[in-house]
Design a protein around this ligand. Sequence first.
Ligand SMILES: [Zn+2]
Length: 234
Amino acid sequence: MRVLAVGAHPDDLEILCGGTLARFVREGHEVVMCHASLGDRGSFVHTSDEVTGIRGAEARRAAEIAGAEYATLGFSDGEILASDPDQRRAVVDLVRETCPDVIVTHFHGDYMSDHNEISKLVFDCSFHATLPLFETRKPHHGKVTPILYMETVMGLGFSPTEFVDVTETIETKVAMLEAHTSQLEWLRDHDGVDIVEQMRTTTRFRGQQCGVAYAEGFVPCLTWLRPTTQRLLP
Ligand SMILES: [Zn+2]
């Protein structure tokens, strides 16, 4: 399978579904890790241009650790907007270029607008990507792709219906997240959290919910054309 994972910022996928992405790769699937925004506003010490370069390099490194392909949409932090025609075309093209069999993205009730807006963009545009007359420079995608929604941050307002055992990939997940050195500092200074510790805690919590050491939770999109009889998760 080809798996397209789309996070708002360059660290969300690592926090919320990194263990599952690493498992997809281990099991022979092709994974594309795409961050929608450049992470260009998450710093107290660097300019936007500087932090864009730093965070791009960190995200590339994290994808490399997982064995995934790297992509970004190049949006700006705080400006992801599902009604923006240019952003809609960019997400249509992302789907057309990556030809996914399954898409993983944010749940639509998360703590900040970029997460919720990219969730809506992915839902809307993975449908529009199949319309031949929605013209971009790319050929239309052949199917309305199933979507799996990953956790909210800290799991608030999110009840998983499917679990993935990530006990064997938790240390890969940690290494992926630790590749985001500048974000570990930013989240400590801006939000007062040790994000690696927080990620371990939530992954352990989901593990205890399903009887393994570490797990990640998901909810499938169940609107018409999305459900399947196959289990898509590892
Ligand atoms: Zn984020």
